[in-house]
Design a protein around this ligand. Structure first.
Ligand code: PSU
Ligand code: MN
Length: 321
């Protein structure tokens, strides 16, 4: 099959396997210990069984890498056990964590994190950059970042750099839609403005993370990885630089109700703890809040959808190899 050159012109080694890029912020900031450790092992195992390399990205040793070993990946599985009584956004009990929490690293702080020599967990945005530089064409995540809700009208708009990266790097990103904690309508509009095709994998409507359905539509529905691969090739033939966003709906017993999640998010955003957050703390705070209020179901849904997305990404990587 056609081998694609990396931006530096090099071709993949003969005998190299298809690769799927994975992020580390979901491990360090998105999931509690030990769920993050279990997930890291499971994702490696799922992809390995498919004959696909899990190409995990992070800032380590002053470099932006996309080839962490499983042992290196486990360094990013920090944090404490999630407890339903924990104050969302409160200080994390590090007693059980293997290491200190790495710095959440997106595009704006990447150069500073590299220069500092600190360990950095990559978000969707920086993982896309790492994948692009390494010639990896497919990545898997849970929910992408997007436009945040504005509950107090004059607040400045908080918008994830994931959107900018989606407009900039021609990666195929497999996810469960925007995170349900976001302004999903505004995020959907922004994806269109940025020229990011939204492909529903077996669905006509846009999912939002643990919620399998929202009132918003996708651009096109595909029912197989082969169909998605045809769209990716046309994007490449046109020389378009934006990503293709493949959204896989999370269905089944652990899927959460859209209105229920919206209520939790609104309550969490008006709580006093929300006012003291640094910008990069907003997403982890809201994810913690949903878990604290909706309990095990939210964590199970999060884990399940991450594994499902890795499988779909693995299939796509095989088709595009
Ligand atoms: N998906 C998850 N959990 C997460 C994230 C994604 O299931 O924690 C992370 C991703 O790394 C994503 C980031 O890029 O949250 C978005 O953060 P922000 O809104 O601050 O850009
Ligand atoms: Mn933000």
């Amino acid at each position: 099959m056609l081998q694609h050159a990396a931006p530096d012109g090099s071709l993949p080694d003969p005998g190299r396997r298809p690769r799927v890029a994975l992020e580390t912020t979901v491990l360090s900031h998105g999931l509690p210990w030990p769920a993050n450790r279990d997930l890291a092992r499971d994702l490696h195992g799922i992809l390995l069984e498919m004959g696909v390399d899990a190409s995990t990205s992070a800032v380590l040793g002053g470099a932006l890498r996309c080839n962490l070993s499983l042992d290196e990946t486990l360094l990013f599985c920090t944090g404490s056990e999630s407890s339903p009584t924990a104050e969302p956004g409160g200080p994390r009990d590090m007693a059980r964590s293997p290491q200190d929490t790495p710095v959440k690293t997106s595009l704006a702080n990447l150069p500073a994190v590299l220069a500092s020599g600190a360990r950095g967990a990559t978000t969707v945005a920086t993982t896309m950059l790492a994948a692009h530089r390494a010639g990896i064409r497919v990545m898997a995540t849970g929910g992408i970042g997007g436009v945040h809700l504005r509950l107090h009208a004059p607040e400045p708009l908080d918008e994830s750099a994931d959107l900018l990266a989606l407009s900039r790097y021609p990666i195929t990103v497999v996810c469960a839609g925007p995170k349900a904690i976001l302004d999903v309508a505004a995020t959907r509009e922004r994806l269109e403005t940025l020229g990011v095709p939204v492909v529903g994998y077996g669905t006509d409507c846009l999912p939002a993370f643990y919620c399998g359905e929202t009132p918003h539509a996708v651009d096109v529905r595909c029912n197989s990885a082969a169909e998605v691969a045809r769209i990716v090739r046309e994007r490449d033939r046109m020389g378009l630089c934006a990503a293709i966003l493949v959204v896989v709906p999370h269905t089944g017993d652990t899927a959460l109700d859209w209105d229920e999640v919206q209520n939790v998010v609104r309550t969490a955003m008006t709580a006093p703890a929300a006012r003291a957050l640094a910008p990069s703390g907003v997403t982890p705070y809201l994810l913690d809040a949903v878990r604290a209020r909706l309990g095990a179901r939210a964590l199970e849904a999060n884990m399940e959808l991450l594994k499902r997305n890795a499988r779909v990404a693995g299939l796509l990587a095989q088709h595009l190899f």
